[in-house]
Design a protein around this ligand. Sequence first.
Ligand SMILES: [Zn+2]
Length: 337
Amino acid sequence: MKLKIKTRLYVCLYCFTLTLFSSCYDDKGGLVDIKNDNLTNNKKIIIGERSGNINLFLEESNEDNFLVLEGDMLIPKSSVNVLKVYNVNEFKFEGIDDDIAYFKKQYSAKTTKFRSAINSNILSGAELWEGRWVYFAFNNKNNFDKEQYATIFKAICHWANKTNMRFKIVPANSHLKKITIFKKSKGCSCSVGSGNGNMNLSLTCDFQSIVHEIGHAVGFGHEHQRPKRDHYLTNFHTDKDYQFIKEGMDRLGENGKAIVAILKANLSKENVYDDSLPFDYNSVMLYGSWPRNHLVLRDFLKRNNLPVYTRLNGELIERPVYGLTSIDISKTYAAYQ
Ligand SMILES: [Zn+2]
């Protein structure tokens, strides 16, 4: 629980460090307003180490023996090893990155060790994030509107609240391994696992889509591409279907060849390190019968009754809309103990 609180705080801190982001979400999905005037000029922001974990952002409290975590939780000062203190006025988000790297090195023996992906549902070949820290950066040229930023942060907060993963937004030029978020005109995508990668988000990417893309960032492939999927899904497209789809897309002015190639790639079976966890029809990593990544394609498939797959009894599968399921969460814990 402690870790979850911390991760949320990182995201939230960014919210009020850059005034662009004015809100974050709490455990129950409620909106927590974060305003600049939460911090008065004489308060301080502290990086500290507590129970072997560093990167705590805390504020000084009016009560001598306590620090304030997350605006309203008091933490005994004696439980925190203070590493660095910033005056609020001097607090520059850009400056913190290097400090964290420095302190992390010093305290590496104490930080949570990451383990190999071998006993997890992680996509074969993907690397895990060290210490369960996933770093995101926003491309400087992005111009997401306030609502889009709020949805992105809501999705990150959802992961932070529901799993043991920890997330931090770092500057675009940070030397840390990170996934850079780009605004695109079409589609939603993300590189898989740890490393320098990209997440591409467009207006069609809603909360569920972004939670899905973060799943890729964490290291997961698609639920419908797991090796055991044939025991749960059927009616995948045939070569004849693909040819029909290609021609249909070409007629609609789209690049049929490219669309079919992507579709095939996103529906073929892939290897994972361990496929033993139950198959999950509600997983955030499952498309459902009508993938929504490409809206022209989705409408075409629907018009022609060509779902990308169905249940074994032929029933269509709705796109799940609830964020992470308990199995998604179990998979994450199994991978990142
Ligand atoms: Zn995906």
